[in-house]
Design a protein around this ligand. Sequence first.
Ligand code: ATP
Ligand code: MG
Length: 296
Amino acid sequence: MDSFNDPLKDESIKLKIAIQKSGRLHDDSLRLLKECGIEISNGVNKLKSEASNFPMEVYFLRDDDIPQYVEDAVADIGFVGENIVYEKKKKVEVVEKLGFGKCRLAIAVNRHDEYSDRSFLNGKKIATSYPVLVQQFLDENNINAEIHEISGSVEIAPGIGLAEAICDLVSSGSTLFTNGLKEVETVLQSQAVLIKNYQLGHVQQYLLDKLLFRIRAVKKAKNNKYILLNAPNEKLTEIISLLPGMKSPTVLPLAIEGWSSVHSVLSENEFWEIIEKLKAAGAQGILVVPIEKMII
Ligand code: ATP
Ligand code: MG
């Protein structure tokens, strides 16, 4: 086999990935790689590191810079918030949502303002670190407002008389609350995504596909639970009809006459509702177990 057919044999070829050096996405980015079986030593103040068991080189960068590095092919791929991808408008492809770093880019005004609709924002000053996305939102809604770009501590702008509204990232809303603000509009729902350079080489694409296969298996496993329960045989048909399973549930006889053990996989979304129905249908000793990887 030559090195193209099996790039993992050629030690000089690496998939270069950019992740956040420190901040809200750093730990989850490394955790996801680890769950994909990729071990990275993360020395303090290191800018670059290598995986020990996957042909991968990791660059630790400020999140704002990641789209540029990927557009310029300094890194092949990156993990970064959608908010940054769409604000920076770099030419990169969004390949996969990663399920962490969830937040929203929201407009907030003074808690005591009477905000009935978006026209409130006409003629107002909005402080933000996201001028591109805010301008887009204003244009789409025919609002004429002035954008005041600041790089941090946006939430104090109304309190010091710099602006009448702000647009910033929110997850729980507690920062807004402590600054006397209320959330009134959502400009963007965001989470961490995997981005890639548009002109990836064949081998890099091969390695990315390998990584994506693992990421999807990890994500699927997180959204599903393995369930085991005992049921009297006369209730089996009803219980099995409640269980989706990957193909169909596994049914095994118990040592006690007239009883069976049923195994299946349930998705997180429908989980509680189905558990209640199973109990009502006569299921006993229900065990729910996390799944580590799921390949279907
Ligand atoms: P850097 O030093 O890398 O520029 P930063 O201070 O700009 O870091 P962080 O505050 O670490 O960035 O946030 C990184 C990303 O985490 C955000 O761009 C966003 O995608 C996501 N995020 C999730 N929840 C929140 C939140 N409540 N506030 C801010 N960002 C959040
Ligand atoms: Mg940043």
